[in-house]
Design a protein around this ligand. Structure first.
Ligand code: IPE
Ligand code: IPE
Ligand code: MG
Length: 257
């Protein structure tokens, strides 16, 4: 598979079908509420089962050779939910970091958190920082947790940072390019996702990785997130490998390759 430098679209014109990869899979973990509703259970139970699906998926991702797994766990728009549900989601995050960090670390997982931290409470911020620092030296899968994340706000913040650098004389406007933008996003240093999966049948991005998704393959799966597992991930990867990525060039057949 063509190597893609962080934040950069591959400059190849030869799409590849049946190739290797993906290196980076991002998942919009959706459908917890519907999973619970179908069973007459409270939504919170769907979220709890969603965390179990996450544990399975992290293990499977490493086993299946991914280098990066990004998960959308709380969006900047999820503050619109009832206070009780928000509290439940935050308590699940707390428990996940407290109980799973050790085992994630044993698996060699390195944790990165993306999203806005300014409006989070001190204890949550400290927990997120602990997850990153305790796993910083790990060499296995990088688990990127999008928490309190919104892509438009991320892009606006990057634009503001560039404006500040220009005003301070540190950045020449003519030097503003795609790499300068990528370097100021929360995902700096992380390659763009090759494949974005959304579970539950919804087909939208909901403010997730708008810049980074420029050449991602999309896969919308009907499975509800609490039912997701290694088999579902393997299926998604097989679909990805059957696709031809062209990056605006000609495909293998059209090019007569
Ligand atoms: C995804 O499941 C989890 C989060 C958004 C935090 P939902 O809670 O969105 O489940 P549905 O979409 O209501 O089924
Ligand atoms: C997107 O799911 C956010 C997460 C999975 C964390 P939502 O369920 O919040 O998205 P919408 O509201 O259906 O677009
Ligand atoms: Mg949803």
């Amino acid at each position: 598979m063509t190597a893609v430098t962080p934040g950069k679209i591959a400059d190849t014109a030869t799409g590849q079908a049946g190739g290797a990869g993906p290196v980076h899979v991002a998942i919009i973990m959706d459908g917890n509420g519907r999973w619970a509703a179908r069973r007459g259970l409270p939504r919170a139970e769907g979220h709890r089962r969603g965390v179990e699906a996450l544990r399975r998926t992290v293990r499977a991702a490493a086993e299946q050779g991914l280098r990066y797994l990004t998960i959308y766990s709380f969006s900047s728009e999820n503050w619109r939910r009832p206070q009780t549900e928000i509290a439940e989601l935050f308590s699940l995050l707390r428990r996940f970091v407290r109980h799973d960090l050790e085992s994630l670390s044993e698996q060699g997982v390195r944790v990165r958190i993306i999203g806005e931290r300014g409006n989070l409470s001190d204890d949550i911020r400290a927990l997120l920082e602990e997850a990153e620092t305790r796993t910083a030296a790990n060499q296995g899968l990088t688990l990127v947790v999008a928490f309190n994340y919104g892509s438009r706000a991320e892009i606006v913040e990057a634009a503001r940072a560039m404006a500040r650098d220009v005003a301070a004389g540190r950045l020449d406007p003519s030097a503003i390019d795609e790499a300068a933008m990528s370097a100021r996003l929360h995902t700096a240093g992380i390659p763009d996702p090759d494949l974005i999966i959304r579970t539950s049948g919804e087909e939208r991005l909901s403010n997730f990785l708008l810049w980074q998704a420029a050449y991602a393959e999309f896969l919308f799966m009907p499975i509800l997130w609490p039912d997701f597992d290694g088999k579902a991930l393997a299926e998604a990867i097989a679909v990805f490998r059957s696709r031809e990525r062209r990056y605006g060039g000609l495909g293998a057949v059209s090019a007569g390759a």
